[in-house]
Design a protein around this ligand. Structure first.
Ligand code: 13P
Ligand code: SF4
Length: 309
């Protein structure tokens, strides 16, 4: 078994040999974040994928993120360390059921969160991420009805921010939906000086207790700028690595879930490991492949998102 140091050296060498760029989401394990050429939230990663000149994109995130990179870069090889790294939001929104849902509301404008399959994206008018959802929804003509999917909690948050009524697909994230309000309250009592920062995929009762609600990048920027020294972080704890790098000296307390565990990691994101990252680069597999027609149909709503952001 190679050591972590040997794997890291191999990944650095393979990046050069393949002319590859390694993109990593904030929820990846810290060793992967440290090796990546770019670490970001889902919007920044899509923007980075759209402008890269590398021959190979190695995507350390989940399947829908690598799929987005492939839709934007059909000619490039897109590798991901583990093809099975899915997302409960994408998985709980099957394209057939979403099509039937959409048909019930005829002419509605369809906004899909980027955490969805390429097939659902292809049925949408525009895509959004948690960073730009409010901006995107604000741009939709007032007279249009709006369908928003697949995350109902983000949808409710955006509806409140924009004042737009939206028809919500009843999806949720298996990580963000299980934060415990009771344990969060206990933490705030224990640390009255701490600010609560939360991702909009959390339930409303949690968001109501947050001092700041935003995407992973939004939360990161907030804790760096805030004069406060202590934060309770209500999102996947992988983000805390960047918080510690960008705001050393501040304290970050991960909010616990309601299942008895002390931390709330995304099991999909954590499927990626240094070993799998080195192997996918060494063997140039698994790669993300999509049928041409599907890829082309999903491109227009994604491009609209990039233009509207
Ligand atoms: P971000 O848009 O903040 O990167 O969130 C993506 C995600 O999967 C949250 O669970
Ligand atoms: Fe999907 Fe939730 Fe994991 Fe994000 S944290 S990738 S929304 S399951």
């Amino acid at each position: 078994m190679p050591t972590d140091a040997e794997l890291e050296a191999e990944i650095v060498r393979l990046k050069r040999e393949l002319n590859a760029v390694v993109l990593a989401h904030y929820y990846q394990e810290s060793e992967i974040q440290d090796l990546a050429d770019f670490v970001g939230d889902s919007l920044a990663l899509a923007q980075e994928a759209a402008k890269t000149r590398a021959d190979v994109i190695v995507f350390c995130g989940v399947h829908f993120m690598a799929e987005t990179a492939k839709i934007l870069n059909p000619k490039r090889l897109v590798l991901l360390p583990d093809l099975a790294a899915g997302c409960s939001l994408a998985d709980r929104c099957p394209p057939g059921a979403f099509q039937a849902f959409k048909e019930k509301y005829g002419d509605a404008f369809v906004v899909s969160y980027v955490n969805s399959s390429a097939a659902v994206k292809a049925m949408s008018d525009v895509i959004c991420t948690s960073s730009n959802a409010v901006k995107i929804v604000s741009k939709i003509p007032k007279e249009r009805r709006i369908i928003f999917g697949p995350d109902q909690h983000l949808g409710r948050f955006v509806a409140k921010q924009t004042g737009r009524e939206m028809i919500l697909w009843p999806g949720s994230c298996m990580v963000h939906e299980i934060f415990s309000e009771k344990r969060l309250v206990e933490l705030t009592v224990q640390h009255p000086d701490a600010e609560v920062v939360a991702h909009p995929e959390c339930e409303q009762a949690i968001l109501a207790r947050a001092h700041y609600v935003g995407s992973t990048k939004g939360i990161l920027d907030y804790v760096v700028k805030s004069p406060k020294r202590r934060f309770i972080v209500v999102t996947e704890p992988g983000i805390i690595h960047q918080m510690q790098l960008k705001a050393p000296g501040k304290e970050f307390i991960p909010a616990p879930p309601d299942n008895g565990c002390s931390c709330n990691e995304c099991p999909h994101m954590k499927l990626n490991t240094l070993e799998k990252l080195a192997r996918c680069m060494r063997e140039k597999t698994p790669s993300l492949e999509l049928p041409t027609a599907l890829r082309e149909a999903a491109l227009a709503p994604l491009q609209r998102m990039l233009e509207w952001s």
